[in-house]
Design a protein around this ligand. Structure first.
Ligand code: ADP
Ligand code: MG
Length: 353
């Protein structure tokens, strides 16, 4: 089990959690909470396609783990009343894997390709042609005698998801008709997510309880739903089952989720940054080694929220801790650090004595 799976506020999901999530997934665009701009843009794309009686343009969903990419892919298929095929980049190791999937699609089918940035190179090139012309060349034979047999494909909609849009080669990115950039959610939006989930799960969640959990969910619906389940356990075992603010706070204390929603990895990142590297700037890979994680995990899972919370900044020279980070750790930034320069010194020695 990776450390990511052990994290209560990590954003990826294991098998058991995926089952729990299925039950909570919004089924239509109207049920989908927040991301107003994405929702509006997407509904225009889908309505226009429906109006023309055509399949929708290919859609790229870009955003961190747990923000609703898989949910949106399912919603796209259901809004288009189209069948949905699900696969992922890492599952496609050869161009042939992709050719087999593409050639078995039904007319109008939605193909959801998760982690599209992890697909094998040759498959990527096959995908370009499939996306643009709805055809693939199937190579038969080897060496000089090999021939490419063109194969017509049914019209389909590709929905690609990626946590790292910057990793996609430009030719692939350009072939998506619409890219939805999904942001971290506001606490008020997460409160709505939580209230909806509480109703579905039969949890007595009070407004102050929803607020408390929302504030500690790192802007991520998956984490909000996960914390709700843990808080419900606590409320049932130690209380009357009612989730109030104080009950939620006490429960999350036990799970080491602090008042801002920072968990162990977040705190480890800030701690290394401040204590080991004097507040930075320090490079991502150095920072990742210091906390014993992959650079991608630090970059995709921990950093977006730390940046949003105003505790970490990404600069061309590396990552730096802001005054808020030092304050959150209960440390005073030394002079000569970035944060120290921004923090007013308590006693200014002007050398006049
Ligand atoms: N906008 C939303 N409104 C309500 N619930 C959401 C929303 N986005 C995500 N969720 C919930 O969060 C969980 C994780 O979403 P998912 O689509 O699997 O994220 P991703 O694929 O981006 O990692 C889902 O089970 C769903 O219940
Ligand atoms: Mg997903």
């Amino acid at each position: 089990m990776s450390s990511e799976e052990l994290r209560l506020v990590g954003a990826s999901a294991d098998a058991e959690e995926r089952a729990a999530e299925m039950a909570l997934r919004p089924k239509s665009l109207d049920e989908f909470i927040g991301q107003d701009r994405v929702r509006e843009q997407l509904s225009l794309v889908l309505d226009a396609a429906k109006g023309r009686g055509r399949t929708a343009d290919h859609v790229l969903l870009s955003g961190g783990p747990g923000l609703g990419k898989t949910t949106l892919a399912m919603i796209i298929a259901s809004e288009m009343q189209a069948p949905l095929r699900i696969t992922s980049g890492p599952a496609i190791t050869h161009a042939g894997d992709l050719a087999a999937i593409l050639s078995s699609l039904a007319e109008g089918e939605v193909l959801f390709l998760d982690e599209v940035h992890r697909m094998a190179r040759p498959a990527e090139e096959l995908l370009y042609m499939a996306m643009e012309d709805f055809r693939v060349d199937v190579v038969v034979g080897k060496g000089p005698g090999a021939t490419a047999i063109p194969l017509e494909l049914p019209a389909f909609t590709l929905v690609g998801a990626t946590t790292r849009a910057g990793m996609l080669p430009a030719p692939l990115r350009d072939r998506f008709g619409f890219t939805a950039h999904m942001d971290l959610y506001e606490p008020a939006e997460l409160e709505l997510v939580l209230r909806r989930s509480a109703t579905l799960l039969g949890v007595d969640l009070r407004p102050d309880g929803a607020r408390e959990v929302a504030l500690r969910s790192r802007g991520t619906p998956r984490i909000a739903n996960r914390l709700l389940r843990r808080v419900r356990d606590f409320a049932e075992v130690r209380g009357s089952g009612v989730v109030t603010g104080p009950v939620a706070a006490a429960a999350l204390e036990i799970y080491e989720v602090d008042a801002l929603g920072l968990d162990r990895l977040d705190r480890a990142v800030l701690d290394s940054l401040c204590r080991l590297f004097g507040g930075g700037p320090v490079g991502l890979s150095t920072l990742a080694v210091a906390v014993g994680e992959e650079p991608e995990t630090v970059e995709v899972v921990a950093e977006p929220f730390l940046v949003r919370a105003g505790m970490l900044a990404r600069t061309p020279r590396g990552r730096i801790a802001t005054p808020a980070a030092w304050a959150h750790l209960g440390l005073v930034p030394p002079r000569g650090t970035f944060a120290g320069a921004l923090t007013l010194p308590l006693e200014e020695d002007d050398g006049s004595r």
